[in-house]
Design a protein around this ligand. Structure first.
Ligand SMILES: [Zn+2]
Ligand SMILES: [Zn+2]
Ligand SMILES: [Zn+2]
Length: 198
């Protein structure tokens, strides 16, 4: 799904795509309204999340500002300490995204049940997604913008993938009018890190 970035605005030159190293992004606001947050059980969510889409490979970077009062912690994924793929920070705000059945259905991501873990970098506010469940698939390798897709967290190269159907209503709800009706989600079979592509 080609997406033409508007290079005249909303480009953050400091960012570099963890997948393809491209530094051009289109920025969108994900308007996490109160009602949406309630619906999804994301009562922790700030009203605003920012989504940056890589102009080259369509990788989605999520950012979610969090208040300073949140407890910081280091994240143990059973391997090396979790490190932010953008800035190298090792302290994160941790949230469980409790996807209720209703909201999971709404978002058509029932495969995510019972939920996903979100780790938000305390330095740059990048929001990293992890699936809580492993589905036992060995996964496959994928190419992305000429690169063999590798997990930015653990460098593993096998993923299982799902299409997430973002309905029109959801798209409007999110304020992501750039989004195609579907997003592709790649889940690392090693560390369960979720990569989003639009
Ligand atoms: Zn990219
Ligand atoms: Zn960071
Ligand atoms: Zn991984």
């Amino acid at each position: 799904m080609p997406h033409v970035a508007d290079k005249s605005q909303d480009i953050d030159q400091k960012l570099s795509c963890p997948i393809c190293k491209c530094s051009y992004f289109s920025k969108s606001q994900a308007l996490l309204s109160t009602s949406w947050a309630t619906l999804s059980g994301w009562d922790w969510a700030n009203p605003n999340a920012d989504i940056y889409q890589c102009s080259q490979c369509s990788f989605l970077l999520w950012f979610c500002p969090v208040t300073e009062e949140e407890a910081e912690e280091e994240v143990d994924l059973g391997g090396p300490k979790l490190t932010c793929t953008l800035c190298g920070e090792t302290r994160f705000w941790t949230r469980q995204t409790l996807l209720s059945t209703r909201s999971a259905t709404f978002l058509h991501i029932d495969w995510l049940n019972p939920g996903a873990d979100n780790y938000i970098c305390t330095n740059c506010a990048q929001l990293l997604w992890f699936a809580q469940t492993e589905n036992g698939e060995e996964g496959e390798t994928f190419e992305c913008a000429g690169h063999l897709l590798a997990c930015p967290i653990c460098q593993h190269k096998n993923f299982w993938t799902r299409k997430v159907l973002l309905s029109d209503k959801t798209g409007t709800f999110f304020g992501v009018d750039w989004a195609s009706p579907t997003a592709d989600i790649f889940v690392c079979t090693n560390c369960t890190h979720i990569l989003w592509f639009a």
